[in-house]
Each structure stands twice: as C-alpha cells, then as structure tokens.
Design a binder for this molecule. Structure first.
Ligand SMILES: [Cu+2]
Length: 137
C-alpha cells in the first residue's frame, strides 16, 4: 500500500523542520537588525572597538548569546523603529535599565566571570525576549 510507505517520510519531515526553522529565523532576524544598525550608524557593529554590541530588534537580542572577556563593556543598541526595550539582569544584581528607545543605547561593564542571564523588562514574558552573556575570566 503506497500511502503507508509514504507516511513515515512525511512525519519525519514535519518533526525535523521546526528546530532548523527557528535557527534560520533567528539568523535572518539578526541579519536584518545588523542592516538597520548600518543604516543608522554608517558602519558595521563589529567595527565598534570600545564595546561589544548587542542589538535590540523585533523583540530579540542579537546575538542572543554572547561570550566576552572579563572587563568588557556590552552596549545594547535599539535598532527598532518604534518599540522601546530595557535590560534587566535576571539575578537582580542591578536595577533595570531605563527604557531604551529607538537609536538609544545602554551599556554595562562586566567585572566578574560567569554566566549572566538577562531579560527585556517589558517583553521577556510575552515575547520571550531574553539573552545571555558568558563572562570569561
Ligand atoms: Cu523588549
């Protein structure tokens, strides 16, 4: 029976796709965020020398996970057109940042090694807007 032999292959496809699609979507979104950054600031975010840049865009942090050396300053830059965001360390060791409006930035310097989970105050719950920084010694 041909229908029975086709079914497993179809199921496999459905199961295999979601993970990949999510990664691809995140990569595409972050590429778009970088384009916005270049549009706004005239050069690539990688060209910034005094900080590591994390973009805030469409309810995402780009990159969502970042590894830095101890003593590094991380600068979050809102490249959205309308939405404001914030940075809130999950462990509560720092007060939540002010609302960061489009084209505004906020920065933090990480002086202790370890993982730092953080959230966007207004959007972590509804949009899963979360990020992580690993501070290497
Ligand atoms: Cu947000």
């Amino acid at each position: 029976m041909k229908t029975h032999s086709l079914l497993p292959a179809a199921l496999l496809l459905i199961i295999a796709t979601p993970g990949l699609a999510a990664d691809d979507e995140a990569a595409a979104l972050c590429a778009e965020a970088e384009e916005r950054y270049v549009e706004l600031f005239g050069s690539a975010s990688e060209a910034v020398e005094d900080a590591e840049i994390v973009l805030m865009y469409k309810y995402s942090f780009c990159p969502a996970a970042l590894t830095v050396k101890v003593g590094t300053t991380v600068r979050w830059v809102n490249v959205d057109k309308r939405t404001s965001h914030s940075v809130l360390l999950k462990d509560g060791s720092e007060p939540e940042s002010d609302r960061i409006f489009p084209e505004e930035t906020v920065e933090m310097t990480f002086i202790a090694p370890g993982p730092v989970d953080y959230l966007c105050g207004p959007h972590w719950e509804t949009q899963n807007m979360i990020g992580m920084i690993t501070v290497d010694p």
